[in-house]
Design a protein around this ligand. Structure first.
Ligand SMILES: [Zn+2]
Length: 375
């Protein structure tokens, strides 16, 4: 195992920030996987999962069962982890004003087109391409804003690898995974290894998330015929249930799921497979319905995450608390039939607040490719 510290731009006088990367496996390993956690800094389940995963990787390496390289960033967002507001770790949006920590990663597709788009261009090796992409991310712009520097650095590290996994979590949720249609089979294997019942797929989600920026670059390279290596360019986001689902029991099982994914990718040799569970249900991202609260009040849930709901069913009620008729409630109806994947975790809601996410079977007319992610 090799430990590497990446110094980041300081966020202020007397403050230093870094990423800690731990790389396992033989340097000559042809494949390489990168995993990070808590890019949304308050989504902490992945931080504990990676602690258990590191111990499992060390065991695999010691017993010569790690065939290729795996790099773990034990945390992805030290800037966000330090941003508490009135005693609360916010984590999703930068308090410094740059927005959502997992949006607007650099899009290097036009640089790829300008550099490799000519017919006389020599075809670079995969190693050369990875190095070029990593440099392109680092030099994408000259902003010294610490969050911009962090995003360039994370993507540059990702580009040094063939595939990336980004560990997040939802508010209150069942485990689910986001990836793309062009890697459906590998994404389904990941979901099965992790025991995730839902796999959400889309090629053009938009928003410039970390995984999308990585995937877009490789899709562009492949569209130009520069690389046809099917192993390269896979990216997925694992939503490790809800923010409160943090325990050693869950983390050990999830880390074992990641090791099983290494086995399915041919990165590690393991004695057993834990992926005995059923294949995930596949949901198109444009069939994901976000349900908004119709009024303010305290939300009382009538449906659990993982439950199938039918269109029009009451999934929750809102108690206004100031109603002239005590006990009068406003129902929240499911706006589509499907699986209730995620719910709000704060029980006092405001009108228009997104409080539930339902994965249905049909594309929804108001969902547009390239604009499929809410902030
Ligand atoms: Zn997240």
């Amino acid at each position: 195992m090799i430990t590497h510290q990446v110094e980041l731009e300081s966020t202020g006088v007397g403050t230093s920030c870094n990423l800690t990367l731990r790389t396992f496996g033989p340097p000559s390993g042809r494949k390489a996987l990168y995993i990070q956690a808590a890019l949304h800094a308050a989504e902490v389940p992945g931080l504990l999962v990676l602690q258990h995963f590191l111990a499992m990787l060390a065991e695999l390496e010691e017993s010569d069962r790690l065939l290729h390289r795996v790099t773990v960033a034990t945390w992805a967002n030290p800037i966000g982890m330090a941003q508490h507001l009135m005693g609360h770790l916010t984590g999703r949006f930068d308090l410094g004003g740059t927005g959502n920590f997992d949006r607007n990663f650099c899009d290097v597709r036009s640089e790829i087109g300008a550099t490799f788009g000519t017919a006389e261009q020599r075809i670079p090796s995969t190693t050369e391409l990875k190095s070029w992409l990593s440099n392109a991310a680092l030099k994408f712009d000259s902003s010294l804003d610490p969050v911009h520097v962090l995003k360039r650095q994370l993507l540059a590290i990702g580009f040094e690898h063939d595939a990336v996994l980004d560990l997040h979590c939802d508010k209150t949720a069942m485990m689910h995974i986001y990836s793309s249609w062009d890697y459906q089979e590998r994404a389904a294997a990941l979901a099965q290894c992790m025991g995730a019942p839902i796999l959400i797929l889309e090629d053009e989600a938009g928003g410039g998330t970390f995984d999308q920026a990585f995937r877009d670059a490789w899709r562009k390279i492949k569209s130009l015929g520069i690389s046809r290596d099917p192993a390269i360019g896979f990216a997925a986001v694992v939503e490790l249930r809800g923010q409160r689902d943090v325990s050693d029991e869950l983390a050990v099982a999830d880390a074992a799921g990641l090791v099983d994914f290494l086995r399915s990718e041919g990165i590690a040799r393991t004695d057993t497979s834990v992926s005995a569970g059923p294949a995930p249900a596949i949901v198109a991202l444009n069939a994901i319905e976000h349900v908004a609260a119709p009024s303010a009040g305290v939300i009382a849930w009538k449906a659990a995450c993982g439950q199938h709901v039918t269109r029009g069913a009451v999934i929750a009620e809102i108690a206004a608390c100031d109603s002239e008729v005590p006990g009068r409630r406003t129902p929240i109806h499911a706006s589509a039939s499907g699986t209730l994947i995620a719910r709000a975790h704060i029980s006092l809601v405001t009108p228009g607040q997104r409080v539930a996410m339902i994965g249905g079977n049909e594309a929804l007319p108001d969902r547009q490719s390239g604009k499929l992610l809410h902030d």
